[in-house]
Ligand binder design. Structure first.
Ligand SMILES: Cc1cc2nc3c(=O)[nH]c(=O)nc-3n(C[C@H](O)[C@H](O)[C@H](O)COP(=O)(O)O)c2cc1C
Length: 329
């Protein structure tokens, strides 16, 4: 193997490992990467699909899309350009993406900065501070999350109140369904390397305009007495509602969230309203039927006076990155 080939496979393996930092629904990390001598493949791991909460796999694929964007950025930071094919084979729908045609083009400083943001990005479910987000920052985040049929729409006051109603309806539906409750219980309060540990879950329900997810058990994260009056809410949506659109939505989520992190803006995805078909239809109504909702985002400036939650654990690299095809070559 030549030095360039070795540099390529090292960069591919590192990009796949870095993508492990991506956010995923309930921290399921439903992805597996395969490093090839001249490319990289991303597969969805169906074993970690939330089959009751997310039977169609919308949030499953969206989570993989966030990992895909992380890998794209990590490769660009190392100076590689790739052609990315999304769901390249109709008869192999679990193969979500393939990187081919890799060429060395020189490290991209913007991508290098975003890789640093991957290391600090996390979900902070406490109420945000009273300081509003600057309009310029909101514009930058919205622009970053806009790509290939996906858009981020900031909600006005009236829409936020509609969203609050929908979110509390979704919560009621989900808390009354024993299968959904059991699935949530499986993924929360865990001590392992998937799922949500108690340390990242609020110790009591935070005061928010739009209710956050009720995780069905108190965590140990202190939330304080603040109210997220200054939070902004936005809807990530797009033109179509097929797996390739969910994949692109995940990429847009990652792009918007990493940009938010760079600007000091905290993001919390709210997916309960999308999981319940009735409230998903209500969100679609808010878009006047011209788009399909993928995810709701709460944005705000984190309370600077208290330390936030710790980082949520991740699977070991050997569990998510398969390098057997390049080992020993
Ligand atoms: C598609 C998707 C849906 C999510 N839904 C919620 C949600 O409804 N409520 C919530 O508090 N966090 C939600 N999250 C955040 C995840 O729980 C979080 O990304 C994961 O636990 C990893 O933690 P980290 O973001 O701190 O790295 C969601 C994330 C993704 C990607």
């Amino acid at each position: 193997m030549s030095q360039t080939d070795r540099a390529l496979t090292t960069a591919l393996a590192q990009a796949a490992a870095t993508a492990g930092r991506a956010p995923s629904v309930h921290n399921t990390q439903p992805w597996r990467w395969r490093v090839l001598p001249d490319g990289l493949e991303l597969r969805v791991v169906r074993d970690r699909q939330l089959t009751a909460t997310d039977p169609e796999g919308r949030l499953l694929v969206l989570s993989c899309g966030a990992a895909l964007h992380h890998a794209r950025v990590a490769l660009a930071a190392e100076g590689w350009r790739a052609v990315v094919e999304r769901i390249p084979h109709a008869d192999d729908p679990d193969l979500l993406a393939r990187f081919t045609g890799l060429t060395q083009v020189g490290a991209n400083p913007e991508a290098m900065h975003l890789v640093q943001c991957m290391r600090i990005r996390h979900t902070d479910r406490r109420p945000v501070s009273d300081e509003p987000i600057a309009d310029a920052a909101l514009d930058e985040i919205t622009e970053a999350a806009t790509a290939d049929g996906v858009r981020l729409q900031l909600l006005d006051r009236g829409q936020v109140l509609q969203l609050a109603t929908a979110a509390s309806q979704a919560d009621t539906v989900e808390s009354e369904d024993p299968q959904l409750r059991a699935e949530l219980a499986y993924w929360t309060g865990r001590a392992g390397d998937v799922g949500l540990p108690a340390a990242v879950l609020p110790e009591s329900p935070p005061q928010t305009t739009v209710p956050g997810r009720d995780f069905g058990r108190p965590g140990t994260l202190p939330v304080g007495s603040g109210h997220d009056q200054a939070a902004g809410y936005a809807l990530l949506y797009g033109d179509e509602d097929e797996p390739v659109d969910w994949l692109r939505a995940g990429e847009a989520l990652s792009a918007g969230w990493l940009t938010a992190t760079r600007l000091g803006v905290s993001v919390v995805p709210l997916s309960g309203v999308v999981e319940v078909p009735g409230t998903r239809a209500a969100l679609r109504g808010m878009l006047a039927g011209v788009g399909y909702p993928y995810l709701v985002l709460r944005m705000g400036l984190a309370d600077p006076t208290h330390a936030g939650p710790p980082h949520t654990p991740r699977l070991g690299v050997d569990q998510v990155v398969d390098t057997s095809a390049v080992r020993g070559t």
